[in-house]
Design a protein around this ligand. Structure first.
Ligand code: ATP
Ligand code: MG
Length: 215
């Protein structure tokens, strides 16, 4: 399965989701490849920290930039069971190429940035990609939400998303928790943190199920 985690806004938690999903998939015994298409290379640094700490299972990661991404991913998909592409926070060639090869795209958006402009742009990008990749489905994930859950955040998101034909709302919400920042530094996923933050582990497993149960 080829999954893209992307979006035009910076710092919404794309890399955090990509590395967590990759590690959880690897923990299931799957052969997974993380593709880092961001020159900031945060996903690559995460795998580097993981390797340095000798955390098992290893998560393979490569960096790939430019238009050739599409062909490269199609080729790599024959060698890996799953590919997770982390696309940087801007409208990039990599984001567009990723949308053309992915089966599912997940777009994390912070509740505070949940605006029509951002979503409109993403809706257009997804629509264009679907012209080449009719099976593509795209979900918006509310990310870095306050740990003071408000009922309105989902209702508001649903209301705004209703106007966009090509975007769906994921059921899972990822909240802003210190453990995500610690895990990023140590090359770990929520499940592997000691002590584990049960709420973070739970919400990430929920998202994981949504991402991979569409198979
Ligand atoms: N749910 C969360 N709770 C707390 N901190 C988070 C969460 N998600 C991400 N962060 C932190 O916010 C910062 C940005 O997150 P991340 O790198 O995942 O975002 P990004 O969308 O990949 O950013 P970029 O657009 O720069 O690639 C990092 O320091 C990360 O540890
Ligand atoms: Mg990133």
């Amino acid at each position: 399965m080829i999954i893209l985690i992307g979006g035009e806004k910076g710092g919404t938690g794309k890399t955090t989701l990509a590395v967590n999903l990759a590690a959880l998939r690897a923990l299931q015994g799957r052969d997974v490849l993380l593709i880092d298409t961001d020159i900031q290379a945060s996903a690559s640094y995460w795998t580097q920290s993981r390797d340095e700490a000798k955390v098992q299972p290893r998560v393979a990661c490569i960096q790939k930039f430019g238009k050739g991404l599409q062909t490269e991913v199609q080729d790599l998909a024959r060698r890996y069971q799953d590919i997770i592409i982390d696309a940087g926070g801007r409208d990039s060639v990599e984001l567009r190429a990723g949308l053309v090869v992915a089966e599912h795209a997940f777009i994390p958006i912070q509740a505070s940035q949940f605006d029509i402009w951002t979503l409109g742009r993403m809706d257009d990008l997804v629509k264009t990609a679907q012209g080449f990749n009719p099976n593509l489905k795209a979900w918006v994930v509310i990310s870095r939400a306050s740990t003071n859950p408000s009922v309105t955040e989902t209702t508001e998101a649903q209301g705004i998303l209703a106007d966009f034909e090509h975007l769906h709302l994921a059921n899972s919400i990822i909240r802003d928790r210190i453990t995500y920042r610690k895990a990023a530094r140590d090359g770990l996923c929520m499940e592997e943190m000691k002590p584990v933050d049960p709420k973070a582990a739970e919400e990430m497993k929920g998202l994981f199920a949504e991402v991979f149960n569409h198979e």
